[in-house]
Ligand binder design. Structure first.
Ligand code: NAI
Length: 333
């Protein structure tokens, strides 16, 4: 029995993500919450002939507490998306407060749930959730994940495009590490499971890396003011949620990159800090999942000199983003 909850379920990501979770036979109960339209979305999804029982709540009548009760996995895509010319950090002002309030609801009503944060800027919203949980005395770093899967999905697709064979995309894995915005997104193309062509130049590698880092901008531009990635994000969110659900049901050996607290597994977290040469609190790295959440954080492994410069460039920005999230909560105490 697995109860999944989507907070922000009526939005551009929330609706297709809820559809994909309803489609997942491992989900037996699906709770939807938003400030608008959830009864309609829930009624619609409830007619699909899959096991999950769907309920939808609005804020009235303690809807947040009701939807969260009994949750095993909570996915948060609530908040405003980017418009052309905006960075993810520009969203902070609005989304920080939304995520803080939803995290408070989780701390009170589902403190043991696995929490998957999609709302941007992920590099700051994940620390916000952690600080709220700490205030409530329920923080377990093993259970908190920033969803960076879309960067991983994009990397697989773009590498398959370079190889001229999209049918390879589902089986290609490229670790993407660091964080989830601009320069903090670091694809480790040298570790791609499918080798790039032998004549792939350094210039082409830089172009591909930049495309993965700024893939979100392609969508923001094409949508021309109507928002950012929603369908590909829903796909990526559902894929990561499925891995989390399989892990909590006892499957071992599942590895997926995610933006996690480096105390989630102190030994491997300390080793990663040593590898990157900085005492950061959070970093996105391939994480081995287990029934308790983070089982271990994998080392980055051998980096090319170019990849090392990318990691180094990500570190100061990551520190700033993390500090911004932490101080948002300490300032509002
Ligand atoms: P959207 O505006 O279409 O949907 C957001 C939903 O959140 C709306 O239905 C809104 O009513 C709801 N919402 C607002 N305040 C709420 C609250 N207090 N409680 C519950 N629900 C609330 O936006 P979209 O496109 O779905 O994006 C959502 C977030 O996901 C944005 O922050 C966006 O930047 C982020 N995102 C993250 C990605 C990632 O890779 N992690 C990729 C793409 C977007």
């Amino acid at each position: 029995m697995v109860k999944a909850v989507v907070l922000g379920a009526a939005g551009g990501i929330g609706q297709p993500l809820s559809l994909l979770l309803k489609h997942n036979p491992l989900v037996t109960s699906l709770g939807l919450y938003d400030i608008v339209n959830t009864p309609g979305v829930a009624a619609d999804l409830s007619h699909i002939s899959t096991p999950a029982k769907v309920v939808g709540y609005l804020p009235a009548d303690d809807g947040l507490a009701k939807v969260l009760t009994g949750a095993d996995v909570v996915v948060i895509p609530a908040g405003v998306p980017r418009k052309p010319g905006m960075t993810r950090d520009d969203l902070f002002k609005i989304n920080a407060g939304i995520v803080r309030d939803l995290a408070t609801g989780i701390a009170k009503n589902a403190p043991k749930a696995f929490v998957l944060v999609i709302s941007n800027p992920v590099n700051s919203t994940v620390p916000i959730v952690a600080e709220v949980f700490k205030q409530h005395g329920v923080f377990d770093p093993k259970r908190l994940f920033g969803v960076t899967t879309l960067d991983v999905v994009r990397a697989s697709t773009f590498v398959a495009e370079v190889l001229g064979d999209l049918s390879k995309a589902p089986s290609i894995t490229v670790p993407v590490v660091g964080g989830h915005s601009g320069v903090t997104i670091v694809p480790l193309l040298s570790q791609s499971s499918a080798a790039l062509p032998a004549d792939f130049t350094q210039d082409a590698r830089v172009t591909l890396t930049t495309r993965i880092q700024y893939g979100g901008d392609e969508v923001v531009k094409a949508k021309d003011g109507a928002g950012s990635a929603t369908l590909s994000m829903a796909y990526a969110g559902a894929e990561f949620a499925e891995k989390i659900i399989r892990a909590l049901r006892g499957e071992t050996g599942i590895v997926a990159p995610s933006f996690v607290h480096l105390e989630s597994d102190p030994a491997s977290g300390a080793a990663l800090k040593k590898e990157i040469g900085k005492d950061l609190e959070y970093f996105s790295a391939p994480v081995e999942l287990g029934p308790q959440g983070v089982a271990s954080i994998k080392p980055l492994g051998a980096l090319t000199p170019y990849e090392k410069t990318l990691v180094d460039a990500a570190l100061p920005e990551l520190q700033t983003n993390i500090d911004k999230g932490v101080s948002f909560i300490s300032a509002s105490k």
